[in-house]
Design a protein around this ligand. Sequence first.
Ligand code: G3P
Length: 215
Amino acid sequence: MRIFIDTANTADIRRAAAMGVVAGVTTNPSLLAKEGVEYKGRVLEIAEVVDGPISAECISMSADDLVAEGRRIAAWHPNVVVKVPMTEAGLNAISRLSAEGIKVNTTLIFSANQALLAALAGATYVSPFIGRLDDAGEDGMEVVRDAVQIFETYHLPCQVLAASIRSPRHVTLAALAGAHVATLPPDVLFQMVKHPLTDLGIQRFLADAAKYTPV
Ligand code: G3P
């Protein structure tokens, strides 16, 4: 499973990228609003730091507007993946953009059927929102598991990108469910590094290392 980082904050992206485990970045209008910056400029800054897929989201609602916006966004940088929401108009836009070779990440996926439709329309990624499903009393990870199984059964070349991840446990479960990618808020990625026994172990080794002459 590849790890993407789900933020538009360049300091966090730089810190995460320095760990050598980040293969891509996902953004959305809410993440951009937190930064209060211009979308294209920020995506180009991100592209300087991470050499991998960078999802940038369309905000149009009609199919024709989504296609026009998707083309515009895709032209920003070769690594840009256009995020399109799961609607009827979105599916129409996904099929047209994909036919032009533009990579699409279908966002706001909350069921395996929505994932199937997006894959059939030609999406490169589908993004089931795990945390938001869990918040609504459903099992978000079930959508990941089902979508992975359906894509494998029918050899659909679409990747399941587990999104709306809220905890390190979600990451483990997404990996076990066969997600191709999980996009993580920076805090979740940084938490994954830590374990109290690792910290304790380092303290003990350093204390013992002080008792002999190092090489
Ligand atoms: O980028 C989409 C997704 O990861 C949003 O997560 O926490 O707003 O549900 P969240």
